[in-house]
Design a protein around this ligand. Structure first.
Ligand code: FAD
Length: 416
């Protein structure tokens, strides 16, 4: 079933009886060529690309809960490619380019909105760092504009420009950045993958791996044993728990990241804004809610709910940046599990076990990476060689000391 304006009108005139389920609900087969563990954005995009770009078949995605129950349905929907380092910038720019045509590729309205992101700076040193970042962005075509205070006063007049502690001096704007409807992204990939024959199997938790003489033969699941030639693990915040079942210890810590949404308001915030003097970022959803968040909860946890000190810190930062937020009522808050790597950058690589591949360590920024992670992880699974733009995301960088530390925070996962 293709989506189109014509289809919407036709269904409206026939009591919406013609819509079909977006994907099948197949029983697991005894074995597959490719098994992807995790039905989040990354797992679904990988399965889609295996089938579409690399023309592979006999592919299954195994999801322990329902599709979209993980971080893909919990994030704050920001997409951007405003990175500095050569290991990161081309990868995220590839992702941005894929976002720009994603709705056409998938024939699904995932509400990609290039409303721009502004990273505010509050000191001269910060301005120099953003100028450097902006120049790096221009090298890959990501684009970027340095705004001064008077530009910002016109664009986002509600900010607290004259706060004596955190005066806003300007910001780095990436106009091509923005937001996309997160669960729409999962549904779009699921529908497109299913159409290409991928079996999406929900309520199917992987509980172990069958490995003989260093070779992976299949996975144990709550729905029985499933044989597989190759298994790609894409389970975000559950990475260290799953990989431990294969005897692999990852350079990853898991933390909770919380997010918040206010009651619906009239259009107020035209783009995504990040505070440069505290942990706070905000955008406005198409329903009108202010969607905002801040830092991770500082302790390790696999919970999907956070703690009150972070709530206090995020709200305080919001008040410092834009005091008008104090007039809005908070509607909801929630948490997700984020897999924080030691240098803040992800891992897409083969493991030492023949047939077992890993994609994770996305910290709090893996939503924007979904299209590029999908294609690069599928490339690795299909060809056994790393994709050019993901070649830096290998395990051995931690042995070689070749870290990709965008924040310069050192081996401190909770600070990235
Ligand atoms: C509050 C919050 C805000 C965020 N905001 C942003 C943002 O604005 N921009 C951005 O780029 N990123 C953001 N992120 C990060 C982003 O959401 C994640 O990096 C990304 O979604 C992770 O990839 P995924 O979609 O595949 O993960 P998930 O959706 O978590 O997928 C992993 C899946 O694996 C499944 N699974 C786990 N264990 C098993 C098992 N044993 N067997 C089978 N399945 C299993 C889980 O149920 C889950 O569905 C945010 C995260 C959070 C929590």
């Amino acid at each position: 079933m293709e989506f189109s304006g014509f289809r919407v009108i036709k269904e409206a005139l026939t009591s919406h009886k013609g819509w079909k389920a977006l994907w099948r609900d197949p029983a697991p087969q005894p074995d597959y060529d490719f098994v992807i563990v995790g039905g989040g954005g990354h797992g679904l995009a990988t399965a889609y690309n295996l089938a579409k770009t690399y023309q592979k078949s006999r592919i299954a995605v195994l999801e322990k809960g329902w599709l979209g129950s993980g971080n893909i349905g919990r994030n704050t929907t920001i997409i951007r490619s405003n990175y500095l380092l050569p290991g990161n910038q081309p990868f995220y720019e590839l992702s941005m380019k894929l976002w720009e045509r994603q709705e056409q590729d998938l024939n699904f309205n995932s509400m990609v909105s290039q409303r721009g992101i502004i990273n505010l700076f509050h000191t001269d040193a910060q301005r120099d760092a953003y100028r450097r970042r902006g120049n790096a962005m221009h090298l890959t075509g990501a684009g970027g504009t340095l705004l001064n205070q008077s530009d910002l006063r016109k664009l986002v007049p509600f900010l607290n420009f004259d706060n004596a502690r955190f005066p806003i001096k300007g910001g780095l704007l990436q106009q091509r950045a923005g937001t996309a409807r997160h669960d729409g992204v999962a549904w779009g990939y699921a529908r497109a993958a299913d159409k290409l024959g991928v079996d999406i199997i929900q309520n199917c938790e992987v509980t172990g791996f069958c490995i003989k003489k260093g070779k992976l033969l299949g996975v144990e699941t709550t729905r029985g044993y499933i044989g597989a030639k190759k298994v790609g693990v894409s389970v975000a915040g559950s990475s260290s728990r799953i990989m431990a079942k294969a005897g692999i210890r990852l350079p990853i810590e898991t933390h909770v990241l919380q997010a918040f949404v206010s009651e619906g308001l009239k259009p107020t915030i035209p783009n995504v804004i990040t505070f440069g003097a505290g942990h706070f970022y905000v955008s406005q959803s198409d329903k009108g809610g202010l969607v905002f968040g801040g830092d991770i909860d500082g302790y390790n946890s696999y919970a999907q709910r956070g703690n009150l000190p972070v709530v206090e810190e995020v709200i305080e930062s919001g008040m410092a940046l834009m005091p008008m937020i104090g007039r809005a009522k908070l509607l909801r808050s929630w948490g997700g599990q984020v897999d924080m790597s030691m240098d803040g950058s992800p891992i897409i690589d083969k493991t030492h076990i023949d047939g077992l591949y890993f994609n994770g360590g996305w910290c709090y920024g893996g939503f924007k990476a979904v299209p590029a992670a999908g294609i690069t992880f599928a490339h690795l699974l299909a060809t056994d060689t790393p994709h050019d733009t993901a070649a830096a995301y290998r395990f051995d960088r931690f042995n070689r000391g070749a870290l990709i530390d965008e924040n310069g925070a050192g081996a401190q996962p909770n600070l990235h």
